[in-house]
Design a protein around this ligand. Structure first.
Ligand code: TXA
Ligand code: MG
Length: 354
Protein backbone atom coordinates (compact mmCIF):
# COMPACT_ATOMS: atom_id res chain seq x y z
CA UNK A 1 0.00 0.00 0.00
CA UNK A 2 1.32 3.45 -0.90
CA UNK A 3 1.22 6.78 0.90
CA UNK A 4 -1.89 8.31 2.32
CA UNK A 5 -3.04 11.35 0.39
CA UNK A 6 -4.76 13.13 3.22
CA UNK A 7 -4.09 13.32 6.93
CA UNK A 8 -7.03 13.92 9.26
CA UNK A 9 -6.38 15.60 12.59
CA UNK A 10 -8.73 15.11 15.54
CA UNK A 11 -8.43 16.95 18.85
CA UNK A 12 -8.63 14.64 21.84
CA UNK A 13 -8.84 15.39 25.55
CA UNK A 14 -5.59 13.98 26.98
CA UNK A 15 -7.10 13.12 30.36
CA UNK A 16 -10.58 12.03 29.31
CA UNK A 17 -10.42 10.99 25.66
CA UNK A 18 -13.76 11.40 23.88
CA UNK A 19 -15.17 7.92 23.06
CA UNK A 20 -16.15 8.95 19.52
CA UNK A 21 -12.61 10.06 18.74
CA UNK A 22 -11.17 6.80 20.04
CA UNK A 23 -13.76 4.82 18.06
CA UNK A 24 -12.77 6.65 14.87
CA UNK A 25 -9.06 6.02 15.50
CA UNK A 26 -9.62 2.36 16.32
CA UNK A 27 -11.57 2.02 13.06
CA UNK A 28 -8.59 3.35 11.07
CA UNK A 29 -6.26 0.89 12.82
CA UNK A 30 -8.65 -2.02 12.29
CA UNK A 31 -8.73 -1.23 8.56
CA UNK A 32 -4.94 -1.47 8.42
CA UNK A 33 -4.31 2.30 8.53
CA UNK A 34 -1.85 4.46 10.48
CA UNK A 35 -2.78 6.60 13.48
CA UNK A 36 -0.35 8.92 15.26
CA UNK A 37 -1.27 9.24 18.93
CA UNK A 38 0.13 10.87 22.07
CA UNK A 39 1.96 8.86 24.71
CA UNK A 40 3.57 10.18 27.89
CA UNK A 41 7.05 9.85 26.30
CA UNK A 42 6.64 11.01 22.69
CA UNK A 43 3.99 10.64 19.95
CA UNK A 44 3.78 7.17 18.38
CA UNK A 45 3.01 6.24 14.78
CA UNK A 46 0.67 3.30 15.29
CA UNK A 47 -0.52 0.30 13.29
CA UNK A 48 -2.04 -3.08 14.18
CA UNK A 49 0.94 -5.07 15.49
CA UNK A 50 -0.53 -8.34 14.20
CA UNK A 51 -1.01 -7.07 10.61
CA UNK A 52 2.26 -7.25 8.66
CA UNK A 53 0.93 -5.07 5.81
CA UNK A 54 0.01 -2.33 8.25
CA UNK A 55 3.50 -2.60 9.77
CA UNK A 56 5.03 -2.17 6.32
CA UNK A 57 3.15 1.11 6.00
CA UNK A 58 4.91 2.41 9.12
CA UNK A 59 8.31 1.83 7.53
CA UNK A 60 7.18 3.55 4.32
CA UNK A 61 5.75 6.53 6.18
CA UNK A 62 8.81 7.02 8.37
CA UNK A 63 11.21 6.40 5.48
CA UNK A 64 12.72 4.05 8.01
CA UNK A 65 15.31 1.56 6.80
CA UNK A 66 14.14 -2.02 7.12
CA UNK A 67 16.56 -2.90 9.93
CA UNK A 68 15.05 -0.89 12.76
CA UNK A 69 12.55 -2.93 14.80
CA UNK A 70 9.37 -1.45 16.35
CA UNK A 71 7.85 -1.44 19.83
CA UNK A 72 4.54 -3.27 20.39
CA UNK A 73 2.31 -1.33 22.80
CA UNK A 74 0.02 -3.42 24.99
CA UNK A 75 -3.03 -2.85 27.17
CA UNK A 76 -2.36 -5.54 29.77
CA UNK A 77 0.01 -8.33 30.75
CA UNK A 78 -2.13 -10.92 28.96
CA UNK A 79 -1.07 -9.30 25.66
CA UNK A 80 2.58 -9.68 26.66
CA UNK A 81 1.97 -13.40 27.04
CA UNK A 82 0.47 -13.44 23.54
CA UNK A 83 3.43 -11.67 21.94
CA UNK A 84 6.38 -13.10 23.84
CA UNK A 85 7.66 -16.48 25.02
CA UNK A 86 10.17 -17.63 27.65
CA UNK A 87 9.44 -14.64 29.91
CA UNK A 88 12.19 -14.39 32.53
CA UNK A 89 11.14 -14.17 36.19
CA UNK A 90 12.22 -10.53 36.44
CA UNK A 91 9.47 -9.56 33.94
CA UNK A 92 6.72 -9.66 36.59
CA UNK A 93 8.32 -7.40 39.22
CA UNK A 94 9.60 -5.02 36.53
CA UNK A 95 6.21 -4.59 34.91
CA UNK A 96 4.37 -4.39 38.24
CA UNK A 97 6.72 -1.62 39.27
CA UNK A 98 7.12 0.45 36.12
CA UNK A 99 4.04 -0.24 33.94
CA UNK A 100 2.13 1.48 32.66
CA UNK A 101 5.02 3.85 31.94
CA UNK A 102 8.14 4.75 29.98
CA UNK A 103 9.78 1.30 30.02
CA UNK A 104 10.18 -1.04 27.03
CA UNK A 105 11.19 -4.67 27.51
CA UNK A 106 12.72 -6.94 24.87
CA UNK A 107 11.59 -10.60 25.02
CA UNK A 108 11.78 -13.68 22.81
CA UNK A 109 9.08 -13.26 20.13
CA UNK A 110 6.13 -15.67 19.87
CA UNK A 111 6.05 -17.47 16.49
CA UNK A 112 2.73 -15.99 15.27
CA UNK A 113 3.85 -12.36 15.73
CA UNK A 114 4.76 -10.80 12.35
CA UNK A 115 8.48 -10.97 11.80
CA UNK A 116 8.38 -7.50 10.25
CA UNK A 117 7.75 -5.90 13.65
CA UNK A 118 11.23 -7.00 14.71
CA UNK A 119 12.81 -6.98 11.26
CA UNK A 120 13.85 -10.61 11.38
CA UNK A 121 15.14 -10.61 14.98
CA UNK A 122 13.66 -13.45 17.06
CA UNK A 123 12.69 -10.93 19.74
CA UNK A 124 9.96 -8.36 20.33
CA UNK A 125 10.05 -5.06 22.25
CA UNK A 126 6.96 -4.37 24.37
CA UNK A 127 5.71 -1.34 26.30
CA UNK A 128 2.53 -0.57 28.24
CA UNK A 129 2.03 3.19 27.88
CA UNK A 130 0.39 5.23 30.65
CA UNK A 131 -1.17 7.99 28.53
CA UNK A 132 -5.00 7.83 28.74
CA UNK A 133 -5.35 8.28 24.95
CA UNK A 134 -2.94 5.43 24.21
CA UNK A 135 -4.65 3.23 26.79
CA UNK A 136 -8.13 3.99 25.44
CA UNK A 137 -6.98 3.16 21.92
CA UNK A 138 -5.45 -0.15 23.04
CA UNK A 139 -8.59 -0.98 25.00
CA UNK A 140 -10.88 -0.17 22.08
CA UNK A 141 -8.93 -2.09 19.39
CA UNK A 142 -8.20 -5.16 21.53
CA UNK A 143 -4.96 -5.78 19.62
CA UNK A 144 -1.42 -4.62 20.41
CA UNK A 145 -0.31 -1.51 18.51
CA UNK A 146 3.11 -1.33 16.88
CA UNK A 147 4.44 2.20 17.10
CA UNK A 148 7.79 3.83 16.63
CA UNK A 149 8.20 7.50 17.48
CA UNK A 150 6.13 9.57 15.01
CA UNK A 151 9.00 11.37 13.28
CA UNK A 152 10.77 10.79 9.99
CA UNK A 153 13.85 8.61 10.36
CA UNK A 154 16.75 10.37 12.19
CA UNK A 155 14.67 13.52 13.01
CA UNK A 156 14.04 14.45 16.66
CA UNK A 157 11.03 12.54 18.02
CA UNK A 158 7.69 14.34 17.91
CA UNK A 159 6.35 15.58 21.24
CA UNK A 160 3.33 17.46 19.81
CA UNK A 161 0.85 16.85 17.00
CA UNK A 162 2.39 19.80 15.14
CA UNK A 163 5.76 18.00 15.11
CA UNK A 164 4.06 14.89 13.75
CA UNK A 165 2.52 16.90 10.91
CA UNK A 166 5.85 18.60 10.19
CA UNK A 167 7.33 15.18 9.33
CA UNK A 168 4.39 12.98 8.37
CA UNK A 169 1.65 15.13 6.80
CA UNK A 170 0.20 13.10 3.94
CA UNK A 171 1.88 9.92 5.16
CA UNK A 172 -0.40 9.04 8.09
CA UNK A 173 -4.19 8.61 7.98
CA UNK A 174 -5.07 10.22 11.30
CA UNK A 175 -3.29 12.28 13.96
CA UNK A 176 -4.82 12.47 17.44
CA UNK A 177 -3.87 15.83 18.92
CA UNK A 178 -3.79 15.44 22.69
CA UNK A 179 -1.31 18.23 23.48
CA UNK A 180 2.35 17.91 24.43
CA UNK A 181 3.89 14.70 25.78
CA UNK A 182 4.73 15.16 29.45
CA UNK A 183 8.08 13.32 29.53
CA UNK A 184 9.29 14.37 26.08
CA UNK A 185 12.01 11.69 25.86
CA UNK A 186 11.49 8.11 24.71
CA UNK A 187 11.16 5.08 26.95
CA UNK A 188 14.07 3.21 28.51
CA UNK A 189 14.67 -0.02 26.55
CA UNK A 190 15.93 -3.10 28.44
CA UNK A 191 16.92 -6.36 26.76
CA UNK A 192 15.61 -9.16 28.98
CA UNK A 193 16.90 -11.89 26.65
CA UNK A 194 20.40 -11.28 28.02
CA UNK A 195 21.49 -12.26 31.52
CA UNK A 196 22.09 -9.95 33.26
CA UNK A 197 19.68 -7.64 31.40
CA UNK A 198 21.13 -4.71 29.44
CA UNK A 199 19.84 -1.18 28.91
CA UNK A 200 19.81 -0.61 25.16
CA UNK A 201 18.50 2.96 25.40
CA UNK A 202 18.36 5.20 28.50
CA UNK A 203 15.00 6.96 28.78
CA UNK A 204 12.06 7.91 30.97
CA UNK A 205 12.62 5.25 33.65
CA UNK A 206 15.86 5.98 35.48
CA UNK A 207 18.82 3.63 35.72
CA UNK A 208 19.02 4.37 39.44
CA UNK A 209 15.42 3.15 39.95
CA UNK A 210 15.89 0.05 37.80
CA UNK A 211 18.96 -0.99 39.77
CA UNK A 212 16.72 -1.42 42.80
CA UNK A 213 15.19 -4.42 41.02
CA UNK A 214 18.15 -5.47 38.83
CA UNK A 215 21.36 -4.64 40.71
CA UNK A 216 23.59 -6.09 37.93
CA UNK A 217 21.84 -4.09 35.18
CA UNK A 218 24.36 -2.85 32.61
CA UNK A 219 24.14 -0.02 30.07
CA UNK A 220 25.06 -1.40 26.63
CA UNK A 221 28.78 -0.57 26.70
CA UNK A 222 29.15 -0.66 22.92
CA UNK A 223 26.57 1.86 21.91
CA UNK A 224 28.73 4.95 22.03
CA UNK A 225 31.58 3.71 19.86
CA UNK A 226 29.74 1.35 17.55
CA UNK A 227 27.68 3.18 14.92
CA UNK A 228 25.48 0.14 14.15
CA UNK A 229 25.33 -2.32 17.06
CA UNK A 230 23.32 -5.38 16.18
CA UNK A 231 21.62 -5.70 19.59
CA UNK A 232 19.44 -2.64 19.08
CA UNK A 233 19.75 -1.11 15.64
CA UNK A 234 17.89 2.02 16.81
CA UNK A 235 20.94 2.80 18.92
CA UNK A 236 22.84 3.92 15.85
CA UNK A 237 24.65 7.12 16.49
CA UNK A 238 22.96 9.51 14.05
CA UNK A 239 19.50 9.76 15.50
CA UNK A 240 17.26 12.43 16.94
CA UNK A 241 19.06 14.98 14.76
CA UNK A 242 17.84 18.37 13.70
CA UNK A 243 18.90 19.58 10.24
CA UNK A 244 21.30 22.10 11.77
CA UNK A 245 24.78 20.99 12.76
CA UNK A 246 24.72 20.26 16.50
CA UNK A 247 27.93 21.24 18.33
CA UNK A 248 28.04 19.50 21.70
CA UNK A 249 30.52 20.97 24.21
CA UNK A 250 31.89 19.14 27.24
CA UNK A 251 34.31 20.13 30.03
CA UNK A 252 34.37 22.36 33.12
CA UNK A 253 31.28 24.55 32.88
CA UNK A 254 33.00 27.98 33.12
CA UNK A 255 35.36 27.08 30.26
CA UNK A 256 32.55 25.52 28.24
CA UNK A 257 30.43 28.68 28.44
CA UNK A 258 33.35 30.80 27.21
CA UNK A 259 34.10 28.37 24.37
CA UNK A 260 30.44 28.35 23.33
CA UNK A 261 30.23 32.15 23.29
CA UNK A 262 33.51 32.40 21.31
CA UNK A 263 32.34 29.81 18.80
CA UNK A 264 28.99 31.54 18.39
CA UNK A 265 30.71 34.87 17.78
CA UNK A 266 33.06 33.37 15.17
CA UNK A 267 30.27 31.58 13.31
CA UNK A 268 28.07 34.67 13.29
CA UNK A 269 31.00 36.76 11.97
CA UNK A 270 31.19 34.21 9.14
CA UNK A 271 27.55 34.82 8.27
CA UNK A 272 26.11 31.71 9.96
CA UNK A 273 22.80 31.59 11.83
CA UNK A 274 23.53 30.25 15.31
CA UNK A 275 21.16 28.81 17.89
CA UNK A 276 22.11 28.15 21.50
CA UNK A 277 20.30 25.72 23.78
CA UNK A 278 21.10 26.78 27.29
CA UNK A 279 20.07 26.66 30.92
CA UNK A 280 18.10 29.53 32.39
CA UNK A 281 20.93 30.59 34.70
CA UNK A 282 23.46 30.53 31.82
CA UNK A 283 21.53 32.51 29.21
CA UNK A 284 23.19 35.76 30.35
CA UNK A 285 26.54 34.49 28.96
CA UNK A 286 25.14 34.63 25.44
CA UNK A 287 23.23 37.90 25.29
CA UNK A 288 24.26 40.44 22.68
CA UNK A 289 25.94 37.90 20.36
CA UNK A 290 23.12 37.82 17.82
CA UNK A 291 22.45 34.13 18.41
CA UNK A 292 18.94 32.72 18.80
CA UNK A 293 18.87 31.58 22.43
CA UNK A 294 16.45 28.99 23.79
CA UNK A 295 16.43 28.35 27.52
CA UNK A 296 15.60 24.74 28.33
CA UNK A 297 14.97 25.37 32.01
CA UNK A 298 16.80 25.46 35.32
CA UNK A 299 19.79 23.14 35.77
CA UNK A 300 18.14 21.06 38.50
CA UNK A 301 14.83 20.72 36.64
CA UNK A 302 15.78 17.83 34.39
CA UNK A 303 12.15 16.84 33.75
CA UNK A 304 11.48 20.27 32.28
CA UNK A 305 14.65 20.09 30.16
CA UNK A 306 13.72 16.60 28.91
CA UNK A 307 10.18 17.73 28.08
CA UNK A 308 11.24 20.64 25.85
CA UNK A 309 14.53 19.38 24.33
CA UNK A 310 13.26 17.91 21.04
CA UNK A 311 10.82 20.78 20.51
CA UNK A 312 13.64 23.31 21.00
CA UNK A 313 15.76 21.60 18.32
CA UNK A 314 12.81 21.60 15.96
CA UNK A 315 12.07 25.28 16.68
CA UNK A 316 15.64 26.20 15.70
CA UNK A 317 15.36 24.12 12.52
CA UNK A 318 12.22 25.95 11.49
CA UNK A 319 14.20 29.20 11.74
CA UNK A 320 16.84 27.87 9.34
CA UNK A 321 19.62 27.82 11.93
CA UNK A 322 23.00 26.50 10.65
CA UNK A 323 24.57 25.46 13.95
CA UNK A 324 23.10 24.60 17.34
CA UNK A 325 25.46 25.01 20.30
CA UNK A 326 24.70 23.10 23.48
CA UNK A 327 26.66 21.64 26.39
CA UNK A 328 26.55 18.19 27.88
CA UNK A 329 24.65 17.13 30.99
CA UNK A 330 25.79 15.05 33.92
CA UNK A 331 24.63 11.47 33.53
CA UNK A 332 22.61 11.47 36.72
CA UNK A 333 18.88 10.71 36.76
CA UNK A 334 17.20 11.89 33.58
CA UNK A 335 20.57 13.48 32.64
CA UNK A 336 21.58 10.05 31.32
CA UNK A 337 18.83 10.09 28.67
CA UNK A 338 19.31 13.81 27.94
CA UNK A 339 23.06 13.35 27.28
CA UNK A 340 22.32 10.31 25.15
CA UNK A 341 19.93 12.29 22.90
CA UNK A 342 22.35 15.23 22.67
CA UNK A 343 25.21 12.93 21.69
CA UNK A 344 23.10 11.36 18.95
CA UNK A 345 21.88 14.74 17.74
CA UNK A 346 25.58 15.67 17.44
CA UNK A 347 26.22 12.43 15.49
CA UNK A 348 28.54 11.28 18.28
CA UNK A 349 30.94 14.23 18.03
CA UNK A 350 31.88 15.99 21.26
CA UNK A 351 33.93 19.18 21.47
CA UNK A 352 36.03 18.82 24.61
CA UNK A 353 37.44 21.95 26.21
CA UNK A 354 39.83 22.08 29.19
O1 TXA B 1 8.84 6.01 24.20
C1 TXA B 1 8.95 5.25 23.25
O2 TXA B 1 9.58 4.19 23.32
C2 TXA B 1 8.26 5.65 21.94
C3 TXA B 1 6.75 5.64 22.18
C4 TXA B 1 5.96 5.92 20.93
O3 TXA B 1 6.38 4.41 22.75
N1 TXA B 1 8.61 4.79 20.89
C5 TXA B 1 9.88 4.78 20.34
O4 TXA B 1 10.02 3.87 19.31
O5 TXA B 1 10.77 5.50 20.70
P1 TXA B 1 11.25 3.87 18.34
O6 TXA B 1 10.90 2.87 17.30
O7 TXA B 1 11.55 5.22 17.88
O8 TXA B 1 12.42 3.29 19.21
C6 TXA B 1 12.39 1.94 19.61
C7 TXA B 1 13.70 1.50 20.15
C8 TXA B 1 14.76 1.53 19.07
O9 TXA B 1 15.97 1.91 19.68
C9 TXA B 1 14.78 0.07 18.59
O10 TXA B 1 15.99 -0.32 17.99
C10 TXA B 1 14.53 -0.65 19.90
O11 TXA B 1 13.60 0.16 20.59
N2 TXA B 1 13.95 -1.98 19.65
C11 TXA B 1 12.74 -2.26 19.16
N3 TXA B 1 12.57 -3.57 19.02
C12 TXA B 1 13.71 -4.16 19.44
C13 TXA B 1 14.16 -5.51 19.56
N4 TXA B 1 13.38 -6.52 19.19
N5 TXA B 1 15.40 -5.72 20.04
C14 TXA B 1 16.18 -4.69 20.42
N6 TXA B 1 15.82 -3.39 20.34
C15 TXA B 1 14.60 -3.13 19.85
MG1 MG C 1 12.50 6.80 17.24
Amino acid sequence: MGYTAETRVLQVNPQHPEPEVITAAAGVLRAGGLVAFPTETVYGLGANALDSQAIERIYLAKRRPAYDPLIAHVYDFAQVQQLAIDLPEIARPLTEHFWPGPLTLVFKRAPHVPESIAQGLDTVAIRMPAHPVARALLDQTGFPIAAPSANTFTRPSATTAAHVLEDLQGRVDLVLDGGASTIGLESTVIDLTQDPPVILRPGGVLLEDLKGLIPQLAVNPKYLSNPMPSASPGMMIKHYSPRANVMLFDGPIEVVLIAMADTAQRLIANGKKVGILTLEEEAVHFTGLGARIISLGKREDLSQIGRVLFGAMRALDVQGIDAILVHNFEKIGLGEAISDRLLRAASGRVIRVE
